[in-house]
Design a binder for this molecule. Structure first.
Ligand code: FES
Length: 308
């Protein structure tokens, strides 16, 4: 079991039962280098918790589904609550181009919310949310939920350039502080989140680090949390062909609570897992991936079977 945990929280457990609906594409617009798609999906938004995903079936010629982080849920007149997802340009054949070209009014099978969401602290603690490019979409509803709980929310957002930076202005409305880094220096500091992370952690002294982005970023955040004595929650993106736990096509190497290495299904036991439980070397292929990849350092369990 790789249940995520943060101070004073219980493991989040599986998401509430998902629903399978025919979603209607209500709106589509450019968002920098991305497209923002808004779906009416009855019952999905009402069940949503930050970190959960929705799975879309992309036309009859594609058997595999695509999973998306939910960027936002909000009420829409006449449709109940709607679901926003961020579509990044994908590899040829990934379905991104097809999906981006669909007109408003298109109806697609959608299942959600799926997977384990982020664990939320019961007490108001300081949280650093680290996100890279389109993956940062999942952190925005999380930031809102944390702020509602009185947590200090700090964001570290990174991208290759301004066009790939997601909603930094919106982030400033939610977070106590926002740090932006871009590889080309077009906005914020020049650099990457890995480089900015040590200074942010040292200055903010967060109790919990949440991360969404490529594997090296997730691993860097998990390692920084370990070094700082903080908790980490990582949103791991593993292709999920069925997204319902049936096909076993989304293996995620982790360390169990007994210290033994095992694989879990990212779509049901993830996609959010504790950073100290992921065997990063087995995901990244990097034998020097560091102590977070070592099965040994699972810490003593706390009173609720969780890390103290
Ligand atoms: S994608 Fe099929 S089990 Fe996870």
């Amino acid at each position: 079991m790789t249940s995520a945990a943060v101070p004073g929280s219980r493991a989040p457990g599986p998401s509430v039962a998902p629903v399978h609906v025919e979603a209607e594409l209500l709106a589509t617009r450019r968002l920098g280098a991305y497209r923002l798609l808004t779906f009416a999906a009855a019952g999905v938004a009402e069940r949503f918790r930050p970190g959960a995903v929705v799975a879309l079936s992309l036309g009859p010629e594609r058997l595999a589904r695509r999973s998306f982080w939910v960027h936002r849920v909000r009420p829409v007149g006449g449709h109940g609550a709607s679901v926003d997802v961020v579509l990044a340009p994908g590899a040829p054949g990934s379905g991104s181009a097809w999906l981006a070209a669909q007109p408003v009014g298109t109806r697609l099978p959608l299942t959600g919310p799926l997977g384990r969401p982020f664990a939320l602290p019961r007490e108001p603690v300081d949280c650093l949310l680290v996100g890279v490019e389109a993956s940062a979409a999942v952190l925005f509803p999380l930031a809102e939920r944390l702020r509602e709980r009185g947590c200090g929310v700090h964001l570290l957002l990174g991208a290759r350039d301004e066009a790939h930076l997601l909603s930094a202005l919106e982030a400033r409305r939610t977070a106590r502080s926002v740090t932006v880094v871009t590889a080309d220096g077009s906005v914020g500091r020049r650099g990457d989140v890995g480089g900015a992370l040590p200074e942010r952690v040292a200055r903010l002294d967060p109790d919990v680090l949440y991360a969404a982005g490529p594997l090296p970023t997730l691993h860097a955040v998990a390692a920084a949390a370990e070094a700082h004595g903080a908790w980490s929650q990582t949103a791991v993106e593993v292709p999920s062909p069925c997204a319902t736990g049936l096909c076993h096509g989304c293996p995620l190497p982790v360390v169990g609570e007994d210290g033994a290495p095992r694989e879990v299904r990212a779509c049901t036991e993830g996609p959010v897992v504790r950073g100290d439980r992921v065997r990063w070397a087995d995901l990244t292929g990097d034998p020097w991936a560091g102590p977070a990849a070592d099965p040994a350092p699972v810490r003593a369990a706390g009173p609720a079977g969780e890390r103290p």
